[in-house]
Design a binder for this molecule. Structure first.
Ligand code: IMP
Ligand code: MG
Length: 198
């Protein structure tokens, strides 16, 4: 059996793509433990309802849910942006709604990354209309330089520079979500072109 590290390297080298580790799996897990404690301190006696945005936020949600003591439930929502070009215009569309009502619940919206802020701005507005008891935002990563919408996270894993990252839920063309760490993706354009021609 090949060692897991080898499999990972091979996956990362596909089509001239390189992934350089930015935040190790260990650091991510330690930070999540701390965030879980912080959330419980803020809401010591309340059932917490975690809502994650598919698909990127799922890894963060499941690790976070396992680290929070007491009563926790969760649900999922999915959105899509109208293509990259229109992203900054705030065109976010709901593609999958929640299974259950959030009225009167203490809701933590769990996202992989806060980039322009358009997605969270849309979701916060939508959720606020549904009258939760409390509404908070937890994001694993934040790229403050890219912010367009005035959204801030109540709970934050790591602030990162303006680079395209993959792993721990984050994808490039649906790949790399399964990496246990977060890495910066770089493309060797010549190699990537060659692979695409094959
Ligand atoms: P926002 O609406 O611009 O804040 O976009 C947030 C969404 O864009 C995230 O949920 C990701 O799906 C995606 N995204 C933003 N930055 C990255 C990145 O560096 N790598 C992968 N996906 C990203
Ligand atoms: Mg996402």
């Amino acid at each position: 059996m090949p060692k897991p590290r080898k499999i990972r390297q091979r996956a990362a080298n596909r089509r001239g793509e390189r992934v350089k580790i930015l935040i190790s799996g260990g650091r991510i897990q330690r930070r999540i433990q701390a965030i879980a404690k912080q959330i419980r301190r803020d809401f010591p006696d309340e059932p917490l309802h975690l809502v994650s945005v598919l698909k990127g936020g799922v890894f963060f949600l499941t690790d976070l849910a396992r680290s929070i003591a007491g009563e926790v439930s969760f649900d999922f929502i999915a959105v899509s942006s109208y293509g990259k070009a229109t992203r900054s215009s705030g065109q976010v569309r709901l593609t999958r709604d929640l299974d259950s009502s959030i009225e009167g619940k203490t809701v933590i919206l769990v996202e992989d990354i806060l980039d322009t802020g358009m997605t969270l701005q849309y979701l916060l507005k939508l959720f606020q209309q549904r009258k939760p008891k409390h509404l908070r935002v937890a994001v694993l990563l934040d790229k403050p330089e890219r912010r367009v919408a005035p959204v801030r996270a109540d709970y934050l894993g790591f602030s990162i520079p303006n680079e395209f990252v993959v792993g721990y839920g984050l994808d490039y063309a649906e790949r790399y979500r399964n990496l246990p760490y977060v890495g910066v993706l770089s493309l060797d354009s010549k190699l990537a072109k060659k692979a695409a021609e094959k």
